[in-house]
Design a protein around this ligand. Structure first.
Ligand code: 5CA
Length: 437
């Protein structure tokens, strides 16, 4: 993409409405614009990141055996009356009437909707287990939407729902998601720590929040220092094996949210305890028959008896993750994207577009990179070098290639790693080889 043609409305000044760094940087880097409180439009650069995050989530869901569906955003109120949550949900639920005066709502979550689908489609224990996910916009009329996409009213969530015949099978489904979540966040370069948590309006008695540590996190969290050294991606895990031992091992290290942490009876010594702020990027629940019983979602068991479905639900804040990733990856100059979620892999800067040699060399590099399938944002604008460096640092692409007259005279271009700041002069072909293939 040529920056001269790209829709990237950068802001030079810090927007006064933004209290935390990710919100500031998302506005300044032209990723999002606010529509109304807690509701955002995603502009090209922001949407590229959102799509990358979504794709990693999707791949890890698929790997675990979950199957993708797409349920509507608008749901009928009757479904929620069946579960008893229509009144309980209170003002956070956006209630709508259609032209026939039928009560509808904009879904804050989808337990009822998916339970209705399964109730109609699944009749026998032989149809189980099933795990269905979708990635869909949700609406919660939060009292205080804030921090940009981190606590929005409209936000993108991956939510999935497992259906099993009995509690043991349902725990296996829970364990699979536990693994899938650890892997998902690790692939984004985030250390998300599972913490025993309250179940709130979703219900149930087994639940973990996945918290990443960041100074601007909304809640105080506590964990064993050894959590910080774990590496889930180094583990070779088979989803069909018994994951209970794995689950026990990974929950044996202490980790607790503020509500769960008891300072006086903390099981680990003070020097081993990390106290930090956390951002909740995922939350998983096992709630058994809380929805299937009142909604009559049953199957015929092995002996012909009626068995209510054992269920769990599992959420990831896809749009919140974009903010959380920035909270965990930035410096004074701007964002520093981890490679796996970067909107473009490379930034190519032409310092002198008016110079024929510079333009020819930069155009040629751009062509070769694109042919090789490298995602590159090419700053071919007629701007000062300072403005170009600042823009590239602000949007935080992992590496920069800088073409200028002095280097070209010696047959080289400069590379710069955004994260380490390390710069190198390399022959053009060597620079290309580093990012191609
Ligand atoms: N039905 C369950 C699991 S599917 C559920 O709704 N869980 S939740 O309420 O914990 O939400 C799941 C995830 O969505 C949270 O962990 C959080 O990352 C994200 N999330 C929740 N509320 C918001 C919000 N207002 N803005 C942005 N993300 C949010």
């Amino acid at each position: 993409m040529r920056l001269s043609q790209y829709f990237l409305p950068l802001l030079r000044e810090n927007p006064s409405e933004a209290q935390i760094v990710s919100h500031r940087l998302m506005l300044r880097a032209g990723m999002v614009r606010q529509s109304s409180a807690g509701i955002y439009s995603w502009l090209p650069l922001g949407l590229r990141v959102l799509n990358k995050v979504e794709q990693i989530v999707r791949e890890e869901q698929d790997r675990s055996g979950a199957q993708e569906i797409l349920m509507p955003t608008i749901q009928p109120a009757e479904l929620w009356r069946e579960s008893g949550r229509y009144e309980d949900y209170g003002k956070e639920m956006l209630r709508i009437k259609d032209r026939h005066e039928r009560e509808m709502l904009y879904g804050p979550t989808n337990e009822e909707q998916v339970t209705a689908i399964m109730r109609d489609a699944v009749k026998s224990y032989r149809d189980l287990p099933k795990n269905l996910y979708h990635i869909q916009w949700k609406f919660r009329d939060e009292v205080r939407p804030r921090f940009g996409v981190m606590r929005g009213r409209e936000f993108l969530m991956k939510d999935n729902y497992s259906f099993d015949l009995d509690a043991k099978a349902a725990k296996h489904s829970y364990n699979k998601m536990f693994v899938a979540y650890l892997r998902t966040f690790a692939r984004m370069g985030l250390k998300a720590i599972p913490m025993r948590a309250d179940t709130g309006p979703i219900g149930g008695d087994l639940s973990h929040e996945f918290q990443i540590l960041a100074e601007t996190g909304e809640s105080e969290v506590y964990c064993d220092r050894r959590w910080l050294e774990t590496d889930i991606l180094a583990e070779n895990l088979d989803y069909d094996s018994d994951l209970e031992a794995f689950f026990r091992h990974w929950t044996s290290l202490y980790a607790a949210t503020d509500e769960m942490h008891k300072p006086d009876s903390s099981p680990i010594p003070a020097d081993q305890l990390v106290t930090a702020r956390g951002i909740e990027v995922g939350h998983i629940f096992y709630f058994g028959t809380k929805y299937s019983k009142p909604m009559g979602a049953v199957v015929a068991g092995p002996n012909g008896e009626e068995v209510p479905l054992e269920m769990g639900s599992y959420g990831i804040g896809v749009s919140r993750l974009v903010g959380a990733l920035i909270e965990a990856n930035h410096d004074d100059a701007g964002i520093i994207w981890p490679e796996s979620v970067a909107p473009f892999r490379l930034g190519l800067i032409n310092l002198r577009p008016a110079d024929d040699k510079c333009r020819a060399a930069a155009d040629e590099l751009y062509r070769k990179l694109r042919t090789a399938g490298v995602e590159v944002l090419y700053d071919d604008r007629d701007e000062s070098p300072g403005a170009k460096f600042a823009a590239m640092d602000l949007i935080g692409l992992p590496d920069q290639l800088i073409v200028g007259p002095r280097g070209l005279a010696a047959g080289t271009i400069e590379t710069k790693s955004r994260r380490s700041g390390k710069r190198e002069d390399l022959p053009i072909d060597a620079a290309l080889a580093r990012f191609v293939g």
